[in-house]
Design a protein around this ligand. Structure first.
Ligand code: GLU
Length: 308
C-alpha cells in the first residue's frame, strides 16, 4: 500500500476546501490561526513516517492532550481513577455542566472538560502546578522523541482569561468534593496542558504506543501495558469526539481524540498512529476537514477496528 500516494491524494482532494468550518473563537488566541492550513501525518508501527500539507507547523493540540494526561494519571493512580470519573460517552457538549449535577460531580468520562479537570487534579497530587505541567511536557517530549515540543503561553493565558465555563465546572466539582486541590491550581495545569503546541508529525509519533500494544515500537520501551493501551483506545473510540463520537466511529471506525484547535489523533491498532489538522470545526466542535480526511484515509487503507 502506497501511504504517501494516499495522503497526497487526500491533501489534494481537500485543497479547494481549505478554510471550511468555523475556527474556535471562544479562546481568542485560537481565533488568530490561519483557517486554510491542512496537515496529515502517519507514523507506522515499523517507524515509517508519511506527511502531507502543513505537517511541520505547530498548532494548539487542545483536548488531544487529554489522552496523554489520562495516561499519566493511570500511571500514577491506576484503576482508582475510575472512582472519580466515569467511562461513558456524555452525549453532551465538551463543556456541558448539566449532567454533573445529576451525577453528583462525577464527570462522565476523562475526555470531556469536567473529566479532564478531575484528571489534572489527580496528576497534581504531591506536586506544585509547575511540576505537574513539567511532568506532562517531559512525557510528551519522550513519547514524540522530540525535545522541542513546548507550551504556547499566549494560548494558556488566553484560556485563563476566558475560561469561565471551566471555572464553573471546577468549582461545581469542588463543591461535591471531587476536586482536592485549589481550583486555580488545577485549572492552571489544565489550561497549560491544552496549550501544548505540536505538529502533526510530532503528534502522530507521540500516539504510536497506542497503535503498538502500549510499547513504543521504535525505542522498544514499554509505555503502558497492552491492556491499558486497549482501554485508552476504547475510551477514545467511545468518548473522543464529544457528542460526535458515534458519528466518528460510524464514518472512520478508529479510536480518535479531537481538539478545538482542529487537530485529531487517530489510532489504527497494529498499524499506525495518524494526526490530522485543519482549524475549521464542524457543529459539534471537531475538525470538519480533518474528520473527512480520516474517513477517506480509513476507506482507502481499510483500517478500521470493526473489520476491513
Ligand atoms: N481548552 C479547551 C477548553 O477547555 C479544550 C476544549 C477542547 O479541545 O475540547 O475549552
Amino acid at each position: 500500500m502506497d501511504l504517501q500516494a494516499i495522503i497526497d491524494d487526500i491533501a489534494s482532494a481537500f485543497a479547494e476546501r481549505r478554510g471550511e468550518g468555523k475556527v474556535a473563537d471562544y479562546i481568542p488566541e485560537l481565533a488568530k490561526v490561519d483557517p486554510k492550513q491542512f496537515a496529515i501525518a502517519i507514523t507506522t508501527v515499523d517507524g515509517a513516517v508519511y506527511t502531507a500539507g502543513d505537517a511541520a507547523t505547530p498548532f494548539s493540540i487542545q483536548s488531544i492532550s487529554k489522552v496523554f494526561m489520562l495516561t499519566l494519571a493511570l500511571g500514577k493512580a491506576g484503576e482508582t481513577i475510575w472512582q472519580r470519573v466515569g467511562r461513558e460517552p456524555s452525549g453532551s457538549a465538551f463543556n456541558s455542566i448539566v449532567q454533573l449535577e445529576h451525577e453528583l460531580g462525577i464527570p462522565r468520562n476523562p475526555f470531556i472538560n469536567a473529566g479532564a479537570i478531575v484528571i489534572c487534579d489527580m496528576v497534581l497530587a504531591g506536586y506544585k502546578p509547575k511540576e505537574a505541567i513539567g511532568e506532562l511536557l517531559r512525557f510528551v517530549r519522550y513519547l514524540a522523541d522530540d525535545e522541542t515540543i513546548s507550551i504556547d503561553r499566549a494560548v494558556a493565558k488566553s484560556e485563563t482569561q476566558t475560561g469561565f465555563r471551566n471555572y464553573a465546572l471546577a468549582n461545581f466539582m469542588r463543591s461535591f468534593g471531587n476536586l482536592h486541590h485549589d481550583v486555580d491550581h488545577v485549572l492552571g495545569v489544565y489550561f497549560h496542558q491544552c496549550a501544548l503546541s505540536m505538529t502533526c508529525q510530532q503528534l502522530s509519533r507521540a500516539g504510536l504506543f497506542l497503535a503498538a500494544q502500549g510499547a513504543d515500537p521504535i525505542s522498544g520501551y514499554s509505555v503502558v501495558s497492552p491492556k491499558r493501551a486497549r482501554r485508552i483506545n476504547a475510551l477514545m473510540l467511545t468518548c473522543g469526539h464529544y457528542d460526535g463520537s458515534g458519528d466518528f466511529a460510524f464514518h472512520v471506525g478508529l479510536p480518535g481524540k479531537s481538539g478545538v484547535g482542529g487537530g485529531i489523533l487517530a489510532i489504527a491498532p497494529g498499524k499506525a498512529s495518524i494526526a490530522v489538522w485543519s482549524p475549521g470545526l464542524n457543529k459539534v466542535g471537531n475538525s470538519l476537514l480533518g474528520s473527512l480526511a480520516l474517513e477517506m484515509l480509513a476507506a482507502r487503507t481499510g483500517w478500521s477496528v470493526f473489520g476491513a
